[in-house]
Design a protein around this ligand. Sequence first.
Ligand code: PLP
Length: 396
Amino acid sequence: MKTSDVTELYRQYILPTYAKVPVCLTRGKGSVVWDLEGRQYIDFFPGWGVSGLGHCHPEVVHAIKDQARKMLHISNNFYNVKQARLAEAINRVAFPSRVFFCNSGAEASEAAVKYARRFGKDTGRYEIISMRQSFHGRTLAGIAVTGQEKVQKGFEPLPSGFCYAILNDLDSVQKALTEKTVGIFLEPIQGEGGIHAASDSFMKGLRKLCDEKGLLLIVDEVQTGMGRTGKMFAYQHYGIEPDLMTLAKSLGNGVPIGALVVHNKIQREVLVAGTHGSTYGGNPLVAAAGLAVFKAIQKGKLITRANEMGDYLGRGLENLKARYPSLVKEVRGMALMRALALNGPGAAIVDRAREKGLLLNCTQESVLRIMPALTIPKKLLDRGLAILGQCLAEEV
Ligand code: PLP
């Protein structure tokens, strides 16, 4: 089979919901992937931020194989050792909490919205304030809480009860508050929105506001979680704890998993039997993978590594900015969640980079998003940066 055969099958049988590049990836190891024709690529954006430990991490593969031999799936009516252990592992590194498992980031957002609505039910509160330029997933509640018209367009009427404030502008949050507000929902670093971090004063201000008004602070760590920003979870940079946290992506390093993590300080039982559920959520297979991810992060000291490699990457990107000031506006982000904000469109650079063997992502049309695996070897970072440098040189 050739890539052209696969693209033809897609043309016939797959709904065209994604902008495609003409590459069919078939194999990956660490930060390298290969296509159907055997071409090799350095992956600076593995699986849209999913493969935080790199492709086919041996410990995750081993855990999946081992679990697959014993039990793939059971319903959530039964107890499941791996799910319990995974929730315990999240607890150890986050805040004291209990967890609901689902299958994706969008489902984790849904669960958080449903949680907030039931939390506010008795007091008639249901409105959620989220941030413009945010991204929280593609379900109806997911796009309603997402502060970008382009993902909402055409799907109206959207669920009601959502309004938007401006990241790092506390006044805009105050203005959006009503007596019906139940929670504030945000990514500590907006990913799809172009790598914009919440400022320290903003996050602390939100925490204070939520405490004063009895609101839920809901932090979406789907993209920022699991060590990517140099702490296990990005909220830990701010010296605050959220009330709810959502996780997905690199929690499973490639298996579909999401989670809603609820702080134990919320004493009331909000989501009880019969109020929410998922057939697959946290099944033994995905939970085994998630557990292996936690073990691998700890064993490989990958958070320290994310900081070291992140600094190195940041310096490399600053260097590119210094060399190509007409093209590069700004370097943004933390640790291994970085962006090169360009003065013009980035799609052609992404295409050129891919032709030269480097995969990266462009978001918001002009922001090159670079989120390599926490395990990426320095020499691959160097090679990737060199390719990016060549692409920029060809652009001037
Ligand atoms: N939240 C954030 C911050 C995301 O970046 C994404 C996906 O990119 C989602 C939620 C939705 O996750 P999923 O695509 O797994 O539904």
